[in-house]
Design a protein around this ligand. Sequence first.
Ligand SMILES: Cc1cc2nc3c(=O)[nH]c(=O)nc-3n(C[C@H](O)[C@H](O)[C@H](O)COP(=O)(O)O)c2cc1C
Length: 212
Amino acid sequence: MNKKVLVLLIGILLIVSAAIIIMTLKDKKNDNIEKDVKVNDVDSNNDNGSGNLSGNERVLVLYFSMSGNTETVANIIHDELKCDILRLETVKSYKSDYNDLLDEAQEEQKKKARPELKTKINIDDYDTIFLGYPNWWGDMPMPIYTFLDDYDLAGKKIAPFITHGGSGLSNTPKKIKDEEQNATVMEGLAISGTNDKNSKSAIKEWLTKIGY
Ligand SMILES: Cc1cc2nc3c(=O)[nH]c(=O)nc-3n(C[C@H](O)[C@H](O)[C@H](O)COP(=O)(O)O)c2cc1C
């Protein structure tokens, strides 16, 4: 074979080999980019993606709140855990005047009333309920008792949190346990009603303490 032809053939062979190597590397890179996108998609579609929940635990933040303090705490927990959240509402409307509300709540408590709930909960969808309420006369508002009566929480975990004007938890986790003997009632969190907006660090500390 002519020397010139041989050099030409080797040249062509080198160019073709280089082209194949470049194409293969390009394909690999695209593959990796695609994999990255897929992983990110799964994370962003997952409710629990950036929250503190382990994979399978289904958590609901359920709260009763009249003037918004308990709602603020509930929202912080919801933001931390990236879980579901629901406000517990009653069929009846409570008095808007504060003094009237004090009387109304006291009257309900004396009568052991069970105000009917407007909110319906798919309780089977959840393993754990973060249950929030204001301290009313050293106890839970009676709609919380209605909830505990209406729903069977056996086998579930309940994490109670309360907002208050000085009385703290008032032994309410024990009252929940009395109503739901087959549930696991976790250590409760008490947030002073006037401090609710600055309570994020206390809430985070509590979440860590109880395993979230
Ligand atoms: C009817 C009623 C009774 C209350 N009783 C107490 C009480 O016994 N002890 C206490 O510390 N705070 C008491 N408070 C204050 C509330 O617990 C406090 O303001 C709470 O943060 C309100 O929560 P909310 O904004 O989610 O409704 C009472 C408030 C109301 C309306």
